[in-house]
Design a protein around this ligand. Structure first.
Ligand code: GDP
Ligand code: GDP
Length: 459
């Protein structure tokens, strides 16, 4: 479980690293009198009188000229603030306030993160005037502290407690929601693959299925009737690459009745047939006819399969009689990418049910696609990606208040479903949701499978 995050902010030399060390309890950070020793953001696990949280030290405000704050630095710290639950703004009580402190304070006042003001180096009496000055920042009562001598830690605890308690309650709610969603069985990659072949009449579905069954003598026999309209055939596919037999259940909807109906009626039924098939399938192969290309109805079937959350792949059949093969292939690739913006790079294969070309590749790709569709990303990797995505492109701030995105979890597989937790999610624009879903797909290997994002606000 993710801990609440507390970020330390302040100009150079106020004692940020010393405080970080004090809270983490290890002498890891380099402490130095030279400004700017801490170069990167550092994360540590902090323990303060029974409170556990992640503590982040930033180098965001450090610069050659201590009195100005270039935009670049501001951006960097802003990115760090996005993932933070509380900011500890540290000033040096002995030195008193500087223009840079005031500039940082001005900036922090505009952020949506709760701020605890810390007046460090307050041991003895020498810090008193700095403490009084700190009230003028308008960020609440300063907490006098000596990071070096470990004084004032109980006051720091008290200042942090309400913020972290609130956060803890939220996180408990998030965990409860996630647990509720996460009750599915382990995926077994060796389990029978439920594969449906759909497509317009005459695309070659029956020929394809017959070809599969003829070539393999391991046919276990056709079993009519998952429904009135469909037929399921259990069969073993021999994987020549691994030498293994892998079980496949072929679901053929149109096969049984097509001979009895006239073609124009069948056109209309193709979509309905596909709908039946996908109820039973994990992976759906949309079969196209190379002599006709990709037609409007094909795209309609394809979007329906994706909307239903099934893994979709496209096979161009009758490749043996295709004209301008590479032009055709590239044209279909482009039409798919343009027409189905919800996925990128769907598996696209050229096959011939007549000659057998590409059929092994087709089944192999179907197994691989099912693996991707069933995959679970570890929460740690997911949140690493998430923090990075937010830092690169922070969520918008409608009406000047930033939408807070806290945490993401994969609540579901087959198809992959993610739950995003945060506050004011009802105001999160669709474009930002698309940014996240596209990133998820690209960075975490879900390119060709439909991905769902659900939004949850605790309380
Ligand atoms: P940073 O640049 O903000 O990370 O500051 P450092 O943690 O590197 O501290 C800068 C200097 O202030 C070091 O010489 C520390 O020893 C000193 N320092 C840190 N905390 C205290 C404190 O509580 N009291 C006093 N007197 N000096 C401190
Ligand atoms: P379905 O309506 O989708 O089941 O299509 P069929 O399997 O009945 O095939 C329709 C027509 O296309 C038949 O005449 C098949 O012989 C022909 N066909 C199927 N696959 C191929 C192929 O790979 N190459 C060629 N040239 N013809 C094919």
């Amino acid at each position: 479980m993710k801990l609440p995050q507390v970020i330390i902010i302040g100009r150079p030399n106020v004692g940020k690293s010393t405080l970080w060390n004090r809270l983490v309890g290890k002498k890891l950070a380099l402490v130095d009198d030279q400004p700017g020793v801490t170069r990167d953001r550092r994360f540590g696990e902090a323990h303060l009188l029974g409170l556990d949280f992640t503590i982040v030290d930033t180098a965001g405000w450090e610069d050659e000229d201590e009195n100005t704050l270039p935009g670049r630095m501001r951006q960097q710290t802003e990115a760090a603030l996005v993932g933070a639950d509380v900011a500890l703004f540290v000033i040096d009580a002995r030195a008193g306030l500087t223009p840079l402190d005031e500039e940082i304070a001005r900036h922090l006042r505009q952020c949506d993160v709760p701020i605890v003001l810390v007046a460090n180096k307050a041991e003895g009496k020498t810090g008193d005037h700095g403490i009084y000055e700190a009230f003028s920042l308008g960020l609440g009562d300063p907490v006098p502290l000596s990071a070096e001598h470990g004084q004032g830690m109980a006051d720091l605890f008290e200042a942090l407690l309400p913020h972290l308690n609130e956060r803890q309650l939220e996180m408990d709610a998030e965990a409860a929601i996630a647990a509720e969603l996460d009750d599915e069985e382990e995926y077994d990659p060796k389990a029978i693959l439920k594969l449906a072949i759909v497509g317009r009449p005459n695309a070659g579905k029956s020929t394809l299925i017959n070809r599969f069954l003829q070539e393999d003598r391991l046919l276990t026999g056709p079993e009519a009737g998952i429904t009135r309209d469909s037929i399921a055939i259990d069969w073993n596919w021999h994987d020549s690459a691994s030498g293994e037999d892998r079980p496949v259940r072929l679901i053929d909807t149109a096969g049984m009745r097509k001979k009895a109906l006239v073609v124009d009626k069948l056109e209309k039924l193709a979509v309905a047939d596909a709908r039946h098939a996908i109820d039973f399938a994990e992976v759906v192969v949309l079969l196209l006819d190379a002599t006709r290309g990709l037609e409007h109805q094909d795209l309609k079937i394809a979007s329906m399969v994706l909307e239903e959350g099934r893994a979709l792949m496209i096979a161009i059949n009758k490749w043996d009689v295709a004209e301008d093969a590479s032009g055709l292939f590239n044209g279909i690739r482009k039409a798919l990418d343009d027409g189905l913006s919800q996925v990128k790079g769907l598996p696209l294969l050229a096959v011939s049910a007549r000659t057998g070309k590409g059929l092994d590749d087709l089944i192999r790709a179907a197994f691989e696609l099912r693996d991707a569709w069933s995959r679970r990303v570890p929460t740690a990797a997911l949140n690493r990606w998430f923090d990075d995505a937010l830092a690169k492109n922070p969520p918008p701030a409608p009406g000047g208040r930033r939408i807070k995105l806290r945490y993401i979890t994969q609540a579901k597989t087959r198809p992959p479903g993610f739950v995003l937790f945060g506050t004011r999610l009802d105001e999160l624009p669709a474009s930002y949701q698309r940014y996240l879903v596209n990133g998820l797909r690209r960075e975490l290997g879900f390119d060709a499978v439909p991905v769902r994002l659900m939004l949850r606000s605790p309380k």
